[in-house]
Design a binder for this molecule. Structure first.
Ligand code: SF4
Length: 360
């Protein structure tokens, strides 16, 4: 706490103050000063200043939330309070915790709030996988705008078309952000997540369901409304579950028709089908136009299971992690090549033509 904060409190006392357990009533005959620990009334200005100086945590906490963060009711204000658990812990508990560092996770982000000078908060932002890594071993950032660049490519240098996919790259840190800059950086990494989380908490999240989104599509995307509810469920299972996207899906086919695909567990909601989902839906519609056929394949039981393992490995994105020496994994490269060499042929799997009528 510093003199300027006490000065600001004296000024604010005229209007009355009530923040996180600090109450400063003023009735014209004198000042009051109340916290869960002390209660004074009828104080002169000098006595009021002394009382304030004896409760420095409450005063600096009041000053931080009213004069530094400001904008009560805003998404930024709510998010910063959530970061330090302000609605669940009183000021002394929070100050104790902040002295050591309070950690929160937001998708793949790890946010650590600590106490700076005079009750100011400082925030460390990094990938959760880099928790505990010394700052000098990570690429340091200051400008929130740079978070856009961090979000663009994954650890393998591949472009990330979906900002909330769980593929955020590691190896970077914002070691010392102010509150406003923290929220800005988070919003560059995961656009609109703080805003939508806040709307949801206030019961104001406006959800646009799939049919409504589909009806609005034009041009090559106008066919997405042909997706059946079963196909839409499969599409949500393919694109929206936590292993593919960290947003928690709140939209369904329409208000009356919930989908079975898991919604996800993360804090921030998805309020409408995104462009990636719509693009995928278009492809799924064209695939669904084909009639099924019956084929007869000659495979051993193990080979059949191997085909299923390969599909699983591709669907879960774990092909790159399968070691060349791990020949027990059906999706191992040598096992797949062996299957192709043994069971492949001029006409594909088990030498069975895709269109037998074209082959006499
Ligand atoms: S529609 Fe699905 S993939 Fe797209 S942002 Fe929402 S949850 Fe994620």
């Amino acid at each position: 706490m510093n003199d300027a904060q006490v000065e600001a409190l004296v000024e604010a006392a005229e209007e009355g103050v009530e923040t996180d357990g600090l109450r400063v009533p003023h009735d014209g005959t004198g000042y009051g000063f109340e916290t869960p620990e002390v209660s004074h009334e009828g104080l002169s200005e000098a006595e009021f200043r002394t009382a304030a100086e004896e409760s420095p945590w409450f005063v600096s906490n009041w000053h931080y939330w009213t004069h530094v963060v400001g904008g009560p009711g805003s998404a930024r204000y709510a998010f910063l309070r959530w970061v330090e658990g302000a609605d669940d812990h009183d000021v002394p508990e929070r100050y104790e915790a902040l002295s050591a560092g309070t950690d929160r996770e937001w998708g793949q982000l790890s946010i650590t709030a600590t106490l700076g000078e005079d009750g100011l908060r400082r925030y460390d932002l990094r990938h959760e996988a880099d928790t505990g890594v010394p700052e000098d071993e990570l690429e340091g950032y200051v400008d929130p705008l740079d978070a856009r660049r961090i979000a663009t490519y994954d650890d393998e240098g591949r472009y990330r078309p979906l900002s909330t996919a769980p593929t955020l790259r590691t190896g970077w840190v914002y070691p010392d952000l102010e509150g406003a800059a923290l929220v800005e950086a988070v919003e560059f990494l995961y656009p609109a997540t703080v805003e939508n989380w806040h709307r949801e908490r206030r019961g104001e999240l406006d959800i646009t369901h799939f049919r409504e989104t589909a009806e609005r599509q034009t041009g090559i995307y106008s066919i997405v409304d042909q997706l059946t509810v079963e196909e839409l469920d499969a599409a949500a299972e393919a694109c929206c579950v936590d292993s593919q996207c960290l947003k928690r899906r709140m939209w369904d086919e329409d208000e009356e028709t919930p989908l079975d695909a898991p919604r996800g567990e993360e804090a921030f909601p998805c309020r409408e089908p995104c462009s990636l989902l719509v693009t995928a839906a278009r492809k799924f519609v064209t695939l669904g136009r084909e009639e099924t056929r019956s084929y007869e394949f000659e495979l051993t039981p193990t080979e059949k299971e191997q085909v299923e393992e390969i599909i699983d490995a591709v669907a879960e994105g774990r092909v790159g992690a399968i070691r060349e020496a791990d020949l027990n994994d059906g999706a191992n490269r040598y096992r797949a090549r062996y299957l192709r060499a043994l069971r492949g042929g001029e006409h594909g799997l088990s030498n069975t033509p895709t269109y037998p009528e074209d082959h006499g």
